[in-house]
Design a protein around this ligand. Sequence first.
Ligand code: ADP
Ligand code: MG
Ligand code: ZN
Length: 611
Amino acid sequence: MSNIFKNIAWAFLTLVLISFLFSLFGANSPAPEKLSLSQLAQKIAAGEVKEVTVNGDDLVVKLQNDKTAYSKKETEAGFTETFKNLGVAPEALQKVNMAVQSPSGWQFWAGILIPTLLPILAIGFFFWLMFRQARSGANQAFSFGRSNIRLTTFEKEKVTFKDVAGLKEAKEELVEIVDFLKNPKKFLDLGARIPRGVLLMGPPGTGKTLIARAVAGESNVPFFYISASEFVELFVGVGASRTRDAFAVAKKAAPAILFIDEIDAVGRQRGAGLGGGNDEREQTLNQILVELDGFDRETRVIVLAATNRPDILDPALLRPGRFDRRVILDLPDLNDREEILKIHARGKAIVPEVDLRKVAVRTPGFSGADIANLMNEAAILAARQNKKQVTQEDLFSSVEKVLLGPERKSRAISPREKEITAYHEAGHALTAASLKNADPIHKVSIISRGTAGGYTMKLPIEEQHLRTRQQFLTDLAMMLGGYVSEKLTFGDVSTGASSDLKQATELARRLVMRYGMSEKLGPQTFGKTEEMIFLGREIATEKDYSEKVAAEIDEEVKSFIARAYTTAEKLIRTHKSALKAIAGALIERETLEQEEFVSLLKPFKIKPVGA
Ligand code: ADP
Ligand code: MG
Ligand code: ZN
């Protein structure tokens, strides 16, 4: 864009220059007086003219009073002729001193050349500019093939295994790679084949990129980073040539690590695409395979690749000699989360007595990236309040922010809405507190966050990988607690319960169809969920049951919800005074922490789980 403007500016400048030159040569500088031919003839006849110099068609006239004037004669006609024709007497003409000056060579040629050559030159210049630009454009297009792969040695920002918390198994697996990169001889002497490709698999944000960098940092080798999604760009064939370049660069720098991020972008199972871009992917994938196979025994380049969708990878990638090593990165557990928090607390001003364990407890399901983000949010929060150090409250507050979105304290709510929200949340909290399989309540709040009007934060006591039917039933009852509470208190329900109802319905359906937890339909699953490879998402559920069973499933879902409703209703009816106490406290204080909540329930002889 700026180039176009530049060209226009150039053209404009050239034009200005040309017209300036023309004006310079055209009008012979200061012209004191201009005489028409007839005026000149009169002056000659009157004897007022001393001298006339003829320069081409230009006449420079010197008058008797020593003034100079200019005039022009007809082009073809001779000087004397002209004035005779104008009726000047020959005697008068004779008195005029005449000099004929042929135009100097320079002036003559300039007079001819400038008007013809200058425009040509200008046009030529213009074309030259255009060509130059076009050429550089073409260069860009051709250089797409040169993978702009990033070489990162991390001199400044070296990452080692110390910067990676948890991921014990992954580290153990990768230590071997580090060892190989450091002393390949040990392996080669034994005749061992060097590992070529390692596939890092794990959900987003679990530290795949980080650990790959750490391997490079530990072994002190260059780290080349390319993202496979960058391959799928613009021209067919670019991906393949970029791949070639990337491998060439890495091989030249060997020993080195070549990291291919998001390999699933090109490494999806072949032959299962929706037209466009698919050819490109296949070509790129083929090129990666070709390059991997082309490594000889001594090549000291280790290719690390990352994906969060190992299930959709082309089997050809996983064959021996290619990405035959697989390292799984899981979401961090409680201890790991604490470790990650500690790592990201480094270099931040944090109140020394902060208990990071408590923060870790509140963050089940967070990835390493979420935790890094949480730490950063806490620092921002503290800075916004002009604090010098990050406090425990800042950390808790950012947990909720990462989970639910920012607090919306400024949203004006009427006292009536506040009351409804308070009873709604109190309903959730009370049901959760009085059911024995429930997860402990950590916080109840009626401050709206994100899209939620209020929230009840319950967290599992320990890491859970399995969940039982009893726990699900408790969850369902708790989900309906808000709705039931509104209904029993006000005899009416609000839209605030809609997302609870949606969640509850989905859960009930899963219990019946996926987990086989319905007594009536028995231990069986219904509906085959097909994962569509090219979209990488569940898009079709094949119905593998009859219409009759479909009706029964609907019945069972309904009955799960109905039972949950009854459970919640019974609890809230028996503990009406407790509900009122919680709601009252919420209206007054807006937020109840775990301890406050527990002590509030003491007089009612309710002892919540985890208290
Ligand atoms: P992925 O590549 O798996 O999506 P990243 O490696 O990009 O995840 O992780 C993003 C950020 O999250 C890292 O830069 C780091 O700050 C943080 N992180 C993730 N996992 C860990 C971990 N195990 N230890 C320390 N920090 C982590
Ligand atoms: Mg990554
Ligand atoms: Zn609710």
